[in-house]
Ligand binder design. Structure first.
Ligand code: BTN
Length: 253
């Protein structure tokens, strides 16, 4: 179990046909804050920021993201897509499909599911989370930072997460090289964002629906309660056929 090796990570990226900025930190508050600061200083589309450890890793809402050193992958990518902020939820799902595919490439058979809107699950536990944050400036297209946390080597989680979190190591993952996984995620996130900007969610909808963790479950989202009947072309969750735009999902059965 070692620290990231920036040279090896870059070599993997090159092998995946990628160039572009990558910065690797030993310890940082949040890679998404590093990406946002770099964006304000002029970083371009695809610039990536990786850390061995985050001291203030965050998830959606006011959740923290468990970010111990040298165990998992924590990274953020600057995205300057030509899309509106309204498309962010759908972009999050497109990135989720990309992250789920990376998870599956380390398993013997496809097991990664997507729990709308931003979680990747294996065996009913969360293995990865995606956080897309936007800055809006007047009428200009929003500037985005996509943060990805993927649990790779962690074998223990704090008590409050133990029942809900898992890692590639815990689900029998193979070839768990964090430099390579980080490079693969960066390449796939860039590609998924570009594909989304060009074609929207349509090309990945079949994969998304195949991986839909909530399908047929009874849920509560905000003040809506019902059975999940799917995800529509705009990335909205369908509860008893009614589209839901956003919200924390509670599974009732
Ligand atoms: C969630 O599940 O709510 C999203 C979790 C996103 C975590 C990643 S780790 C890298 C990046 N930096 C952060 O502070 N958060 C994201």
């Amino acid at each position: 179990m070692g620290r990231h090796d920036a040279a090896l990570l870059r070599a993997h990226l090159e092998r995946f046909g990628e160039v572009g900025e990558v910065e690797v930190f030993a310890t940082i508050g949040s890679t998404s804050d590093a990406a946002r600061a770099a964006l304000l200083a002029g970083a371009g589309h695809g610039a990536a920021f990786v850390a061995d450890e985050q001291t203030a890793g965050r998830g959606r809402g006011d959740h923290r993201w468990h970010s111990p050193p040298a165990e998992n992958v924590y990274l953020s990518v600057v995205l300057l897509p030509d899309t509106s902020a309204r498309a962010m939820a759908a972009l999050t799902l497109a990135l989720g499909v990309a992250v789920a595919a990376v998870v599956d490439e380390h398993l013997l058979e496809p097991r990664a599911r997507i729990k709308w809107p931003n979680d990747v699950y294996v065996d009913h536990k969360k293995i990865a989370g995606i956080l897309v944050e936007a800055t809006l400036q007047g009428n200009r297209a929003p500037t985005l930072v996509a943060g990805i946390g993927l649990n790779v080597l962690s074998e223990r989680f704090p008590p409050e997460l133990a029942e809900r979190a898992t890692s590639l190591a815990l689900v029998g993952g193979h070839h768990l090289d964090r430099d390579r996984i980080a490079a693969l995620l960066i390449a796939r996130v860039r590609a998924a964002s570009d594909a989304f900007a060009a074609q929207g969610l349509a090309p990945v909808l079949p994969a998304l629906r195949r991986r839909d963790y909530l399908a047929h479950r009874r849920v509560r989202v905000g003040d809506v309660t019902g059975v999940v009947t799917g995800i529509d072309e705009g990335g909205r969750l369908l509860v008893d056929g009614q589209p839901v735009h956003a919200g924390e999902v509670t599974i009732l059965g």
